[in-house]
Design a protein around this ligand. Structure first.
Ligand SMILES: [Zn+2]
Length: 191
């Protein structure tokens, strides 16, 4: 699936594990998560209709699993951001943070910047649980909540049995999200 979910937000859904990539066309051109590397050609074809990859200013990762950071290198001129906790996890143990040794190796070339609390119209909501440094992003202008793998559209929560998961934190993280007056959930996968 590829299309608009609001005036300035586009959504691409990959084939293999229905990983989502979002594009926000605002003052800055922002990508949220970059999908699974197995979807690379589809991503180029479909998202390429809406964007010029070289003109993306910023990539924000909800977390650094391989199916979210897999195509980071399609955006050669973008600054790349993740939460400081996720960056620390990657430095401490790249393979456990990415869950794919090949992608982790490629990703080690990235200069990651820590996400500030508010950023280009996005409010960063810290939601540890699925991973230690998972974040959700609240785009208040369009009332869209980008939830990564923390919360899915059917109100299902993400897995908490992975190497950097923090199962005890998940409930508080979900509570934090439920308080947000979102109209649309934009999850990391369309399961
Ligand atoms: Zn994940």
């Amino acid at each position: 699936m590829f299309g608009k979910i609001s005036d300035d937000v586009w959504k691409f859904t990959g084939c293999s594990d229905k990983s989502n990539v979002y594009f926000i066309d605002s003052a800055k051109k922002i990508i949220i998560d970059t999908g699974n590397r197995t979807d690379r050609e589809h991503l180029k074809n479909f998202l390429g209709r809406a964007i010029d990859f070289e003109k993306i200013d910023v990539v924000v990762f909800t977390h650094l699993h391989y199916d979210h950071c897999g195509n980071f290198d399609l955006f050669p001129n973008a600054e790349m951001y993740a939460s400081s906790d996720e960056i620390t996890a990657f430095k401490n143990n790249p393979d456990d943070t990415v869950l794919d040794a090949v992608v982790a190796e490629k990703f080690s070339s990235v200069y990651l910047k820590p996400l500030p609390a508010e950023f280009l119209g996005l409010k960063v909501v810290e939601t540890p649980g699925h991973t230690s440094g998972s974040v959700c992003l609240w785009y208040e202008k369009d009332k869209i909540l980008f939830t990564g793998d923390t919360l899915f559209g059917n109100k299902m929560q993400g897995r908490v049995d992975l190497p950097t998961s923090m199962p005890d934190e998940m409930k508080n993280s979900i509570m934090r999200l439920i308080e947000i007056p979102y109209k649309v959930i934009a999850p990391g996968h369309d399961y």
